[in-house]
Design a protein around this ligand. Structure first.
Ligand SMILES: Nc1nc2c(ncn2[C@@H]2O[C@H](COP(=O)(O)OP(=O)(O)OP(=O)(O)O)[C@@H](O)[C@H]2O)c(=O)[nH]1
Ligand SMILES: [Mg+2]
Length: 222
């Protein structure tokens, strides 16, 4: 079995659009979520590298699609631009959302989506839309309810249970899993690692095979 060491993550490349992303070889998992939800912090906690993905108190920091390799270029984590930040001009916002939907729909090496949400404000409108996009292409989703350190244990558990029930009621519980997490207190790292390992170990999609050619039989002679 393929051993994945998240501590070996390295910055690979930043891409402004889907067309500038690295080749669609191997497997990757992407982290999406509202601006300031804690995507970059979750990646840094997972990889035990506080300097890997840039985090910020200023929402909207990650505007590019950032790729990190895990020991080999065919295994990647992807930090997607955050959405829902009010102060970004409408046109810029629309452009990001288009890149995001292009990426989610078209990226062939994408094996799963980690949807990062502040546990105090889960499942906002665009989060739900993203889940729908992913489910539509049968892409598994892991809801990472982060900043769990901000809630008392009872409230935290109730939020996780409510999110699971929501997925069950929507009939998508086979594709969507839920966990609580804290980048600050390093809570839930094992559970996240387990889910990502499962995705990253999938057999990569083969390049589409060439159409079988009709055999070129010699004309039958008289
Ligand atoms: N208390 C607490 N704060 C956190 C946690 N995770 C992130 N934060 C804080 O939340 C803020 C935003 O974190 P980022 O990781 O930069 O968020 P992001 O989702 O990457 O944001 P964008 O790049 O703007 O989309 C920072 O001030 C972090 O320190 C957590 O688990 N607990
Ligand atoms: Mg970020």
């Amino acid at each position: 079995m393929l051993e994945i060491n998240f501590r070996r993550a390295q910055f690979l490349i930043s891409a402004p659009t889907l067309h500038q992303c690295p080749p669609e070889l191997g497997n990757e998992v992407a982290f999406a979520g509202r601006s300031n939800a804690g995507k970059s912090s979750a990646i840094n906690t997972l990889t035990a590298n506080g300097k890997l993905a840039r985090t910020s108190k200023t929402p909207g920091r990650t505007q590019l699609i950032n790729f990190f390799s895990l020991g080999q270029p065919e295994l990647r984590l992807v930090d997607l631009p955050g959405y829902g930040f009010a102060k970004v001009p409408k046109k810029v916002k629309e452009e990001w959302q288009r890149h995001l939907s292009d990426y989610l729909y078209e990226r062939r090496s994408l094996r799963g989506l980690v949807l990062v949400m502040d546990i105090r404000h889960p499942l906002q409108e665009f989060d739900t839309l993203l889940i729908n996009w992913a489910v539509e292409r049968e892409l598994p989703v892991h809801l990472l309810l982060t900043k769990a350190d901000k809630l008392k244990s009872g409230a935290m558990k109730n939020t996780v249970l409510a999110a699971r029930k929501h997925m069950k009621d929507a009939g998508v519980e086979d594709l969507v899993s839920v966990q609580h997490f804290s980048a600050l207190k390093k809570v839930g790292v094992d559970v996240l690692e387990e889910r990502l390992t499962e995705w990253l170990q999938r057999e990569p999609e083969k390049a589409p095979e060439a159409e079988p050619q009709e055999p070129n039989l010699p004309d039958e002679g008289p």
